[in-house]
Design a protein around this ligand. Sequence first.
Ligand code: MLC
Ligand code: AMP
Length: 511
Amino acid sequence: MNPSNANLFAALSEAFPPDLDAVAIETDSGLLYSWRDLDRSTAMLANLLGSLGLPAGARIAVQVEKSVEALLLYLATLRAGFVFLPLNTAYQSAEMAYFIGNAEPAVLVCTAQNFGWLSKLAFTAGTHHVFTLNEDHTGSLLERAAAQPDRHQVALKHADDLAAIIYTSGTTGRSKGAMLTHGNLLSNAQVLKSYWGWRSQREGGDVLLHALPIFHVHGLFVAIHGALLNGSKMIWLNRFDPKTVIKKLPEATVFMGVPTLYGRLLLDPGLTWEVTRHMRLFISGSAPLLIETFKAWQDRTGHTILERYGMSETAMLTSNPYRASSGERRGGTVGFPLPGVSLRVQDDNGRPVAAGEIGNIEVKGPNVFKGYWRMPEKTAEEFTLDGYFKTGDVGKIDAQGYVTIVGRSKDLIISGGYNVYPAEVEGYINELPGVAESAVIGVPHADFGEVGLALVVAKPGAVLEPNQIIASLKATLANFKVPKRCLVAQELPRNSMGKVQKNVLREQYSA
Ligand code: MLC
Ligand code: AMP
């Protein structure tokens, strides 16, 4: 490895074990990929990207079903030095048009099923190359890559160069692309490798059971970088299914999930002390883990889930301790700031609050992103003058240093680990015929933690049909953003400034 090359791929591939013929990834359908396969196929894909004559910093936008080949494309994009832009498969045409128009990717990779409408969108936005990649290992991307050499010199990158853009919705309804650098991602992965005690081969090694989607930080960065940087095998599931996870747990040592995954696993009687006996670590994040789930997991399996906290803009920020010598894993808290992360809680006037007092969480560190893509003003707004990023989360730090998240200053619903910004959904509802205004609020939900509920006010004389509103939203928006219920209201409660009082609505409707 060239020591001056800060390319994340260089660090990941440096950690491949000496025996390149060992299994790196095993799928639930029994397919095996060796470390040599990872090296050769990412080389071929990187050579394909390199052969397209793309400009430096070109974005490679990808909306495909989860597959090992999709992971290889991510790694190849890093290897070739371009910028990876993953997109949730639930996004529909209006959402995709926005992302493609905003990011102006040089390359789009999509499923053959979506090629017709997506290639039209992409070509109109100036994208020159559209490839297909399907879950069954077919598509033009792999066909074209097959003709490429299987050796490739990793592109030279600085720590400050962009590695990925992750779109996160905003309180105004417009999504913002969080720009993450090679340095952000590598520093975070290195910290987690040591903090979570990833075991070397000498210590028996680790095996990660990977069941999360790979278009967000949790599945793509935290889980995958963790395994690769440790040269650890992954058992790869293209989708989460409790029965398959339970079947594979005895072969694994590490599992990462959002709270909904833990809740669904607990509903299956097959989850027992015995099937988890071999596990070293269960990690939860992306949404609050209910204390009931934390305790039920302890009772059923004997394992204490380690909860951590992060964001697209920052990767991981805090974690409960791995080693008992560093403290207990405390349910309902997200643990301590990770080494290198400076986390503080401030009042609304930007002054620090006392231990145990509630305030706004602000963070600084090598993991904090470079800014929002083409939104310098928005970026400036989200940082304090002394360089801290305002997370929009509200919390407290107790005298022992444990961080607890108690709420959010941003109007955000986290449903099954996916973020839904009410402003975006309200924008779509307000466009529907007969709608005067609407408010979308988060209400508790046994499976998803929280789900959207829409309250809609009709224009004078109009009659609204809630089912029709839900159906219209389903046709336009990613399914996880669609409120699970819609109610027609006479009016919305407002404060003296005329602002809708969502806290009043939440109190009224949370039951
Ligand atoms: C699916 N649906 C959801 C939903 N997922 N609705 C609300 N919230 C969700 N998360 C919809 C479906 O479209 C369907 O609608 C209905 O709900 C039932 O779907 P399902 O079959 O039960 O869903 P399933 O496909 O099993 O997906 C559920 C899930 C998935 C929990 C497996 O949502 C998931 O993988 N979540 C993980 C998200 C994640 O990785 N987040 C990390 C973000 S990174 P209908 O109408 O068709 O019936 C981040 C930073 C950090 O936050 O700290 O990690
Ligand atoms: P995203 O924008 O998808 O990266 O989501 C980031 C947000 O998820 C954070 O700002 C938090 O609000 C929330 N989050 C992540 N992990 C946790 C956690 N362990 N507990 C509570 N909220 C969390």
